[in-house]
Design a protein around this ligand. Structure first.
Ligand code: CAA
Length: 287
């Protein structure tokens, strides 16, 4: 598919990443279908897009008219089949679990136009394995945004074993049109580039606190004031979602071995539902 043939983008999943990706696509002028499994979830995603657009307008990053026009381009859906019926590109951002993603692809494949491209926002899972659930593995790739998508410049575009060059070119061009900087990941490997580097950082930070070498605030100070990252490791885990980082680590541990064993501190947060900003409490409090 040529970039000029892309008009409608469906985003599956209106959570932390999904609503942000939908917002980026709408700001770039695309018609956006945003879908989640019930009215409450999809409405919450839509409200978050509205909040974010207003915030961007407040800070003069966009005009009030641009914010309004972008919101007008977003339509919400609960029915998965309907949401992909006129899609040129489907970007899937449902929870980071192989079974859930496979179920979603199984449900939409026959409803999407034959030439539509499927792009998964997975943070780590195998693009090849996901593509094989569909009848279009050559039109399937990774399109990995970073949190918060509207502020982060990078998009990893990941090739699965079956992905065609045409698909990679189209999704890179789409990322470009969205004002992002695409970086091609040539091999489908757990965590791709960024999470292979970033998630172990969060894990090591958790081990340091777990063995009482330093406190959360002390570790975060070193990350910000020496390593020069914009957020501390724990602030970043809260921003991304502790559950997201934890699931990425679990997968890297399973496929790549013990170097990636998740720290129990992360598991404990996930078990208690303290997932970071999105739940109001993680390593820090947000209420
Ligand atoms: N939309 C609009 N505004 C937003 C927003 C959003 N989605 N998210 C936050 N803001 C607002 C905040 O509410 C805040 O507003 P107030 O000042 O009114 O309180 C404002 O933005 C903060 O923005 P600033 O530019 O003033 O602050 P900053 O310079 O610290 O930038 C940041 C914020 C861009 C998030 C920066 O801290 C940053 O780059 N952090 C690192 C994020 C990162 O590394 N993300 C990648 C994580 S890895 C990942 O996502 C992949 C994965 O698969 C796990």
């Amino acid at each position: 598919m040529d970039i000029d043939d892309i008009n409608t983008v469906t985003v599956l999943g209106a959570g932390n990443m999904g609503h942000g990706i939908a917002e980026v696509a709408a700001l770039a002028g695309y018609t956006v279908n945003l879908r989640d499994i019930n009215e409450e979830f999809v409405q919450k995603g839509y409200d978050q897009i509205e909040w974010s657009l207003n915030k961007l307008a407040e800070k003069d990053r966009i005009s009030a008219d641009e914010a309004e026009a972008a919101l007008d381009r977003v339509t919400t859906f609960v029915d998965a089949g309907e949401s992909v019926a006129d899609a040129d590109v489907v970007i899937e951002a449902v929870p980071e679990k192989m079974e859930i993603k496979k179920e979603v692809y199984g449900a939409i494949d026959e409803h999407a136009p034959a030439d539509a491209i499927f792009a998964t926002n997975t943070s780590s899972l195998s693009i090849t394995e996901l593509s094989e659930v569909t009848d279009r593995p050559e039109q399937f790739c990774g399109m990995h945004f970073f949190n918060p998508p509207v502020r982060m410049q990078l998009v990893e575009v990941i090739s699965g074993a079956h992905t065609s060059d045409e698909t990679m070119d189209a999704i890179e061009a789409l990322a470009d049109e969205m004002g992002k900087t695409p970086v091609r990941v040539r091999k489908d490997s757990p965590g791709f580039i960024v999470n292979r580097v970033l998630v172990p950082l969060m894990n090591e930070a958790a081990w340091i606190v777990d063995n009482e070498t330093a406190t959360i605030a002390e570790v975060d100070s070193t990350t910000k004031y020496d390593l020069g990252l914009p957020m501390g490791s724990f602030e970043l885990a809260d921003q991304v979602g502790i559950d997201v980082g934890f699931h990425v680590l679990e997968y890297m541990h399973e496929v790549l071995g013990d170097a990636y064993r998740p720290c129990p501190l992360l598991a404990e947060k996930v078990e208690n539902g303290n997932l970071g900003k999105k739940s109001g409490k993680g390593f820090y409090d947000y209420e």
